[in-house]
Design a protein around this ligand. Structure first.
Ligand code: F3S
Length: 441
C-alpha cells in the first residue's frame, strides 16, 4: 500500500500545520476508508494553504457534482464515481465513494433536467445528467439544483458553520441569515460532504465578519432593480470587503436582498454585507463595525445609482430577442409577479423568454397554474441551471434583456450578448414587444 505524505508524518509522530483532533487524525490515517482519507488530506492541504489553524465541523454543504462526467460519444466512458474522485477529491486513483456525512445539497447545475430541449441540450446530455443524479441520490446528496437553496428549505441558522459554493448563495448565507461560510470550490465542498469538516478561516471567524466600509444611503432603494443597483455599486466600490449600508428606512424582502448580494458578489467579490437595523449581525452601526473603524465612508445617492445603471448596460440596439429572468433563481412571488404582467399577452415571435427558478418551486408553479400562464404566453419556466452556468442561450440571439444585475454583468463576457438591464416590467414589455424601452426612473 502506498503511504501518503500525511500518513508518513503521522507515523513519525509529526503534526500537520492544521491542528487536528484525534478523530480527524484517524480519518487522515485511513480509519474510515480511502475516500474519506483523501477528503481529509485535501482539507488539510487546503487549510494549510489558507493558514487555517484548525478545521471546524459542518453539517451543511452545497457542492457541484456534474462537470467532469464525459458522455460515451466524447471518449472512453468515465464513471461518475471516478470523476467525483478526480474533480471533487483530487484523487488520481479510482475510489469507492461512501455516503456523505454532512447534510449536502447539489448546487445549480449546467443542465435543465425537464425542458432540456428548450435550452438546446441533447438527449445524450440528459442521459448523462440522469447518471449524475442517480449517483448523488445514492450517496445522499439532495438534488436541490439551485443557486438559491435558502428558498427551498436549506436555511442555515445564525452562527451555523457551512461549506457552500456559489457566490450569490454565500453572500446571502453570511449576510442575511448569519450562517458562516466562505466561497468554497467543488473540491473543498466535495471533501466537506464526506468528512463533515471545513477549514476554520475567513468568514467562520467573528472578526472577519465585521464591516470594513460604510455606505450611507442617501436615496432609498425601492424596487428589486434598485437593490441590484445598490449591490452593484457596493461591489464596485469595496471589492472583496464587507460593506455596511446605513440609513435604510424599511426592511427589504427576500428578492431585494437576493439581488443586492448577487450584484455585489459580481461587480466585486463581496461575500458579506450588513444593513444596519436589519441584518442579524448589524443591529446597530457599532455592532456592524465592532472595534474597527471604517476604511472608507461612501454614499449611495442619485449619482451613484445612475453610475451603477450606466455600467450595467452593454446593449445599444433596442431590438431584443432574448429575455432572461431568474438570477438568482426566482422566488415563487417573483414568478407570480411575472405572471401578472404576462397574463393575456403574447411573447413576440422571434423573442425567447426564459425564467429560472429552483425545481422545487417550479413544481409548485406547475401545480398552481403559473407555469401554464408563462407557457401560454410563449415563455418558458425553467430550473436547475441558468444561461451563464450552462453557457446555453437561444440560438442566434443577438441582444438580451434581464432584471438581474448579475446576469447583466456576466452575459456580455460569458455569452457574447450585449444586454439591457431593467425592471421586471421593462423585461416583460421587451419580451412582448421585442423592443427595449426601459430606462432609469
Ligand atoms: Fe444563479 Fe446563475 Fe445567477 S448561478 S445567481 S442564476 S448566474
Amino acid at each position: 500500500m502506498m503511504v501518503s505524505f500525511f500518513q508518513a508524518c503521522l507515523r513519525l509522530g509529526a503534526d500537520t500545520a492544521v491542528k487536528l483532533t484525534d478523530d480527524e487524525k484517524a480519518i487522515l490515517y485511513g480509519s474510515q476508508g480511502l475516500a474519506r482519507q483523501k477528503a481529509m488530506e485535501l482539507l488539510v492541504r487546503y487549510g494549510e494553504a489558507l493558514g487555517a489553524e484548525r478545521l471546524i465541523e459542518t453539517n451543511n454543504v452545497i457542492s457541484a457534482v456534474n462537470a467532469a462526467y464525459r458522455a460515451p460519444s466524447s471518449g472512453p466512458e468515465v464513471s461518475v464515481e471516478a470523476s467525483f474522485a478526480e474533480f471533487n477529491l483530487d484523487s488520481d486513483q479510482p475510489l469507492e465513494i461512501p455516503h456523505v456525512k454532512a447534510y449536502s445539497c447539489r448546487v445549480i447545475t449546467g443542465f435543465e433536467s425537464e425542458n432540456w430541449k428548450v435550452m438546446g441540450f441533447s438527449d445524450e446530455a440528459a442521459a448523462v445528467n440522469r447518471k449524475v443524479e442517480d449517483f448523488c441520490s445514492r450517496i445522499g446528496i439532495h438534488l436541490m439544483n439551485t443557486c438559491a437553496p435558502y428558498l427551498v428549505g436549506n436555511v442555515p441558522v445564525r452562527g451555523e458553520h457551512c461549506a457552500w459554493m456559489e457566490s450569490s448563495a454565500v453572500v446571502y448565507c453570511n449576510s442575511v441569515l448569519g450562517g458562516r461560510t466562505n466561497t468554497e470550490g467543488a473540491e473543498s465542498s466535495g471533501a466537506a460532504m464526506l468528512v463533515g469538516r471545513t477549514p476554520y478561516w475567513g468568514y467562520h471567524i467573528d472578526e472577519n465578519r465585521l464591516g470594513t466600509h460604510l455606505i450611507e444611503i442617501e436615496q432609498q432603494p425601492e424596487s428589486v432593480m434598485d437593490w441590484g443597483l445598490l449591490g452593484y455599486f457596493a461591489g464596485e466600490s469595496v471589492g472583496e470587503s464587507v460593506p455596511v449600508f446605513n440609513g435604510l428606512d424599511r426592511a427589504p424582502d427576500i428578492a431585494r436582498l437576493k439581488h443586492c448580494g448577487a450584484a455585489a458578489a459580481s461587480s466585486g467579490g463581496v461575500e458579506m454585507y450588513h444593513i444596519v437595523g436589519y441584518t442579524p449581525e448589524a443591529g446597530t452601526l457599532n455592532q456592524a463595525f465592532g472595534k474597527k473603524r471604517p476604511l472608507a465612508k461612501l454614499k449611495f445617492g442619485p449619482a451613484e445609482r445612475k453610475s451603477a445603471y450606466d455600467n450595467l448596460i452593454s446593449a445599444t440596439d433596442n431590438s431584443v430577442d432574448f429575455v432572461m429572468m431568474g438570477c438568482p433563481h426566482y422566488t415563487i412571488e417573483q414568478i407570480w409577479n411575472a405572471c401578472k404582467l404576462l397574463e393575456g399577452r403574447q411573447v413576440r415571435e422571434g423573442v425567447s423568454l426564459w425564467i429560472f427558478t429552483p425545481r422545487a418551486l417550479k413544481s409548485i408553479a406547475d401545480k398552481q397554474g403559473l407555469t401554464k400562464i408563462i407557457t401560454e404566453a410563449g415563455g418558458h419556466l425553467l430550473s436547475d441551471t441558468c444561461p451563464c452556468i450552462s453557457l446555453m442561450f437561444p440560438r442566434g440571439a443577438r441582444t438580451a434583456a434581464t432584471d438581474s444585475a448579475k446576469h447583466a454583468h456576466y452575459m456580455p463576457a460569458m455569452l457574447g450578448l450585449p444586454t439591457w438591464f431593467g425592471s421586471l416590467r421593462d423585461c416583460i414589455d421587451a419580451a412582448v414587444s421585442g423592443k427595449w424601452r426601459g430606462e432609469l426612473k
